[in-house]
Design a protein around this ligand. Sequence first.
Ligand SMILES: Cc1cc2nc3c(=O)[nH]c(=O)nc-3n(C[C@H](O)[C@H](O)[C@H](O)COP(=O)(O)OP(=O)(O)OC[C@H]3O[C@@H](n4cnc5c(N)ncnc54)[C@H](O)[C@@H]3O)c2cc1C
Length: 51
Amino acid sequence: MNSLSLLVVGGGAAGFFAAIVAAEAGASVTLLERGREVLAKVQISGAGGAM
Ligand SMILES: Cc1cc2nc3c(=O)[nH]c(=O)nc-3n(C[C@H](O)[C@H](O)[C@H](O)COP(=O)(O)OP(=O)(O)OC[C@H]3O[C@@H](n4cnc5c(N)ncnc54)[C@H](O)[C@@H]3O)c2cc1C
């Protein structure tokens, strides 16, 4: 059985979504975020209405 390990750097919208899609496809995913939380910009996008 083949397995793929993926390291995603950055927990913004792009990295977070890429990590989800890769995990759903069966990859073993590690997400690194340098900030205190993931999706920080998304949480303030659209006056908070995006979350
Ligand atoms: C105030 C504001 C309002 C917005 N409103 C809207 C809106 O209404 N509608 C809309 O469509 N878009 C909106 N946007 C734009 C939207 O938020 C961005 O397009 C989107 O967040 C971009 O996602 P990204 O993953 O490319 O980058 P980012 O969200 O910037 O994510 C990158 C992540 O990578 C991390 N990172 C960077 N370098 C490293 C490293 N070396 N190691 C680990 N982590 C790292 C950062 O900390 C960050 O969390 C808004 C943006 C802002 C600032």
